[in-house]
Design a protein around this ligand. Structure first.
Ligand SMILES: NC(=O)c1ccc[n+]([C@@H]2O[C@H](COP(=O)([O-])OP(=O)(O)OC[C@H]3O[C@@H](n4cnc5c(N)ncnc54)[C@H](OP(=O)(O)O)[C@@H]3O)[C@@H](O)[C@H]2O)c1
Length: 435
């Protein structure tokens, strides 16, 4: 039997999930892996009525770094600055670190994971909760070249869009519901503006496509502009609206974007509902696959974090003195600035589009719209016309276009908006790529 001694930072949702899971399955893990995971210290802002499995408690995070018994620090405090500092300090002290913190990895992955130090830091729980996507990309599918990755990687957005569709309710109503059920934070901006998904996509891009961790270069849109009307019209056209993280290897570079997209009803991804997460991968050897499951939750996330503890406990001890570690980081930074993966600008991507154009209900309006699209060389794949409200003189012209360059679509929407028959903002939503 081997032993690994763990120190946990934080005593919130995930930390409590880890303590519950280890309390229940300690013996099972020992039988399967020969490893006894012993929690020796918990450090958090304040104590709570929680079974610490015999661990010491302190309010100073630094105690986890100075406690010589601690082999692995499990960082579960969230946020960015203090968590980043703790991870750095623990690694510099020669400890191994497990984190569920996507914000820190997305912002500081280039340095934290550089050189030999990278083998002492694990972060499965940072992306898509219980789904073993990090392990899949780092190990099971490591021999593959990836063509495309589409991810439903924010459970709050997926819950909100699914509920808007099932119940036909507005964005504001569903947000209030999500908050009362604990699926959305009191300040939901990180989730609904797409930032959380962009953190996760940053990590997936690095793992699947060898990109640098460059969170700020990813195009990000949230879900607040989606209406129940759009969800209904998309359904009539054979699609569901999902909030996606998209990465695609093109000849000219790598697409990296987070936004809502129409996903065809006949794809598995379109059936991932509620708070569930999923990642669809197209790999050259393994083929197409979908990994789906719980993307959050105390024990679901703990499942991934405990797997990381077991993996790190089994890895060769690569402890090194800080100066050597610092050199390794510098070397790696110097190498990686050569940058083999180039992220494409949004103007350079191509997509099919859903357009909802509010117009006056007059003869000849559709012909004018069609003429502008035709002048831009944009083909219409499908069209439906909808009354805005009974008795009103407005209609929505809803169009599904063929693939068009983003730049061309923006210019075309501007031209459409200048028609005197167009009486409001044009809604445009990209269609998820299929090839
Ligand atoms: N919740 C999920 O389902 C989920 C899923 C995947 C990944 N994650 C990630 O897991 C991490 C933890 O999430 P969580 O949901 O468990 O968060 P949480 O419930 O807010 O728990 C955070 C814990 O850390 C403590 N803490 C925060 N800042 C601290 C500081 N500076 N010093 C000492 N203690 C501090 C908090 O103290 P108080 O108790 O006093 O607030 C709390 O106990 C985050 O990075 C999150 O993104 C969460």
């Amino acid at each position: 039997m081997r032993k690994v001694r763990v120190g946990i930072a934080g005593l919130g949702t995930v930390a409590q999930g880890v303590l519950t899971l280890l309390g229940r399955n300690h013996q099972l893990i020992l039988e399967r892996t020969g490893l006894s995971i012993d929690v020796v210290r918990v450090a958090s802002r304040r104590a709570k009525e929680v079974d610490l499995l015999g661990a010491d408690f302190s309010t100073q995070l630094s105690d986890l770094v100075t406690d010589e018994r601690v082999d692995i620090v499990l960082e579960l405090i969230g946020g960015e600055q203090e968590a980043h500092q703790l991870i750095q300090d623990a690694l510099a002290a020669g400890k191994r670190v497990v984190t569920a913190n996507k914000a820190v990895i997305a912002a500081h992955g280039n340095t934290l994971l550089a050189g030999d130090q990278g083998s002492r830091l694990a972060f499965e729980a940072a992306v898509a909760g219980a789904i073993p996507i990090v392990d899949a990309l780092q190990r099971s599918l490591v021999a593959n070249r990836f063509r495309q990755l589409l991810g439903i990687i924010n459970g709050t957005c997926n819950y909100m869009l699914t509920t808007m569709e099932l119940e036909g309710i507005s964005f504001d109503e569903v947000l209030a519901r999500a908050q009362s059920l604990g699926y959305a934070e009191a300040d939901p901006s990180f989730d609904i503006e797409g930032i959380d998904a962009a953190h996760k996509l940053t990590i997936l891009l690095a793992l699947a496509f060898g990109a640098r961790f460059e969170f700020d270069k990813i195009f990000v849109e949230g879900i607040a502009h989606i209406t129940a009307d759009d969800i209904r019209y998309a359904a009539e056209l054979g699609y569901r609206i999902k909030h996606l993280g998209i990465a695609r290897q093109r000849q000219s570079g790598l697409e990296a974007r987070v936004h809502c997209a129409l996903v065809a009803n006949d794809s598995l991804l379109s059936h991932v509902d509620g708070v569930a997460n999923a990642v669809a991968l197209s790999a050259d050897a393994a083929g197409d696959m979908l990994l789906s499951g719980p993307g959050a939750g105390a024990e679901a996330t703990a499942s991934a974090a405990v797997a990381d503890i077991i993996a790190l406990a089994g890895s060769t001890d690569t402890r090194e003195t800080s100066p050597q570690g610092a050199e390794a980081i510098q070397r790696d930074q110097d190498n990686s600035t050569s940058g083999e993966t180039q992220l494409l600008a949004m103007d350079d991507i191509e997509s099919a589009y859903y357009l909802r154009i509010p117009t006056l209900d007059r003869p000849g309006v559709f012909a004018k719209v069609a003429a502008i699209l035709s002048d831009s060389n944009i083909s219409i794949e499908a069209v439906i016309q909808k009354e805005v409200k009974a008795g009103k003189e407005e209609v929505f012209i809803v169009i599904l276009t063929d693939t068009v360059a983003e730049k061309m679509m923006s210019a075309t929407c501007n031209a459409l908006g200048e028609l005197e028959d167009v009486v409001g903002s044009i809604v445009s939503i990209r269609v998820a790529p299929t090839d």
